[in-house]
Ligand binder design. Structure first.
Ligand SMILES: Cc1cc2nc3c(=O)[nH]c(=O)nc-3n(C[C@H](O)[C@H](O)[C@H](O)COP(=O)(O)OP(=O)(O)OC[C@H]3O[C@@H](n4cnc5c(N)ncnc54)[C@H](O)[C@@H]3O)c2cc1C
Length: 542
């Protein structure tokens, strides 16, 4: 964990990488920085660093639906491809990090004997981007199998979103209106299906893609979305207009599927877009069909070219003939971070507690934790004793916290050794190495303990003996509405906030030797050890 304003590169960031070598199209300039985080905490670090350096930020999965510009990219491209962990949270729910390939999900469902995801097989791409695109094929659509989506905003807030917050309809999602990073998706597969049936469906879909020559040349699949008001597919419109085989330099309309533009060899982004613009204009002029580009343009392009394809862009402030398209964050256009994040209470982190090492069914599912910032830093400075941070846990499964302290320990009391029971925990750390950290543990019946450390497991001076006394004015319990938690004053937190950054970690113990985390780490199955502040999740306070 490092402070975001440093000038050295975060560990998962490399320099001067060819985007042509990364995307399906084989087109694109050089990215100044290319980031491949392994974990949520690393991703949060990279975002803080990129915003601190005021770099344009773009996202990619497998690049099977991205046209990178021919120009070099002067910012950071973040690839989620190394966040590829998946695990069953319950019998029916598969939690997938954003970088899991669609085909790997289908293969896992085959192993598990679950139907409903066969259509994901050989659908190019990773699940995070597939959620963003609300991709669909062979009667399946990602919105129909999604139970929840974990997103990370450019401001660094982690949110557990319900499908209705994400999916707006045919190939349209909230993430296209206000970009956020999908970091994980909880997919639901309730129906068992015999292995042979699943296999036959998967092979059928694969065969159909091969028969339609999907993979003969690099492409991004369908160039345009369908316009269902027109009554036929975009492919049939372009076929009727005679586009099959038409070329512009190395870009060529597939002779087999008139909505595919292949890179038949050495194509540039300019050639692909010039051909796409010709197709789009012909569809409107000759058939009255307004077709929207499905392929996502990313980078700095000729503004007129983007406009000719109907792609939204922001003019470059140094060269007005150029336009930025497809960014997660554009420092030129958005000097200040989005204002909707500055409404209070502001959710900093929200998500499920999952097994410590993310092993299958390692921890019972159903507990959701939320950490909120209740007031602004400015307000807190005037009112340091008022509640500043609220941490709550909600459990849908009574078995989760069923191991309770003995009745000789009254509810609500300050209690040592709480980790022996069903307990939720919050760690609050300074982002400066050696800056110390706090630990709070709480049961649903409000037994609690609070500790302060100078270094891992080294109790801070003045806090060696456990006592409720030092905490009483700064910590308040939250109960009711099916949740339990605590609020903390700014005065208590202030020593751990550096600049405007704080590091947080939620965890839990069931009291039966099962441990959980949010945000999760996927560590080798070592004994659970939450006292690792360098792994905590950094977040910017406003
Ligand atoms: C041969 C071929 C056939 C195809 N067939 C189909 C089909 O049948 N049906 C269909 O719907 N699509 C199809 N596609 C398109 C493609 O498979 C899907 O759009 C896929 O979901 C893209 O995944 P990706 O990881 O490659 O995304 P990318 O191309 O890397 O990214 C797509 C978009 O998502 C954004 N993005 C990337 N990662 C994230 C993230 N974690 N969070 C938020 N945004 C993110 C990117 O910035 C970009 O805007 C096809 C593509 C090809 C090449």
């Amino acid at each position: 964990m490092t402070h975001y304003c440093h000038s050295t590169l975060p560990p998962a960031v490399s320099e001067h990488l060819s985007l042509a070598g990364r995307g399906y199209y084989g087109i694109g300039g050089i990215a100044r920085y290319f980031a491949e985080p392994l974990s949520l905490a690393e991703l949060a670090d990279i975002l803080l660093w990129s915003v601190g350096q005021r770099l344009p930020i773009a996202l990619m999965g497998s690049g099977s639906n991205i046209l990178f510009s021919d120009d070099d990219f002067s910012g950071v491209v973040i690839s989620l491809g190394r966040m590829e962990c998946f695990f069953w949270l319950s019998d029916d729910e598969l939690l997938c990090e954003a970088g899991v390939e669609n085909s790997h999900i289908a293969e896992e469902l085959l192993r598990a004997g679950k139907g409903g995801g066969e259509w994901l097989y050989r659908l190019p791409g990773q699940i995070g981007a597939t959620v963003r695109m609300n991709a669909r094929c062979f009667g399946g659509e990602v919105s129909a199998i999604t139970a929840a989506v974990l997103t990370l905003s450019v401001e660094g807030c982690l949110r557990w979103r319900l499908p209705e917050e994400i999916f707006y309809g045919y190939k349209h999602t909230a993430l296209m209106e206000k970009p956020e990073i999908v970091v994980a998706a909880l997919l639901r597969f309730s129906h068992a299906r015999p292995e042979q049936e699943i296999k036959a469906l998967m092979e059928g879909h694969e065969g159909e893609r091969e028969a339609k020559h999907h993979f003969d040349f690099p492409s991004c699949g369908s160039t345009f979305k369908n316009n269902y008001a027109v009554g036929r597919s975009s492919g049939s419109i372009f076929e009727e207009l005679g586009f099959k085989g038409m070329a512009e330099g190395g870009a060529m309309v597939s002779p087999h599927h008139a909505n595919f533009i292949y890179n038949s060899g050495g194509a540039t982004a300019r050639e692909v877009l010039t051909l796409a613009a010709r197709m789009q204009h012909a569809a409107l002029a000759e058939v009255g069909a307004q077709l929207d580009l499905e392929v996502q343009c990313i980078g700095l392009f000729d503004g007129d070219l983007l406009a000719s394809c109907g792609v939204a862009f922001a003019s470059d402030t140094r060269d007005f003939s150029k336009g930025w398209a497809g960014l997660l964050w554009n420092p030129q256009g958005e000097g200040a971070l989005a204002t909707q994040e500055s409404l209070f209470p502001r959710v900093l982190m929200q998500g499920p507690l999952v097994g410590y090492s993310c092993l299958e069914r390692e921890f019972p599912s159903g507990a959701l934790v939320v950490v909120e910032q209740l007031r602004s830093l400015e307000d807190a400075a005037f009112n340091p004793q008022a509640p500043f941070l609220r941490w709550t846990t909600r459990s849908g499964d009574p078995a989760l916290f069923a191991v309770k302290p003995p009745s000789t320990i009254p509810a609500g009391s300050f209690t040592d050794g709480l980790w022996n029971y069903g307990v939720s925990e919050l760690f609050i750390a300074s982002v400066v190495p050696g800056g110390g950290y706090l630990e709070f543990e709480l049961t649903p019946a409000s037994h609690w303990v609070a500790l302060r450390f100078d270094a891992p497991r080294k109790r801070a001076k003045g806090f060696e003996a456990l006592s409720a006394e030092p905490w009483l004015q700064a910590v308040h319990k939250v109960e009711g509405e099916g949740r339990f938690g605590m609020e903390f004053s700014w005065e208590l937190l202030r020593p751990f906030v550096k600049g405007d950054i704080l590091a947080l970690q939620c965890s839990a113990s069931s009291g039966r030797g099962e441990f959980a985390l949010f945000p999760w780490w996927h560590q080798a199955p070592l004994p659970a050890d939450f006292h690792q502040p360098e792994r905590f999740f950094q977040i910017r306070l406003l």
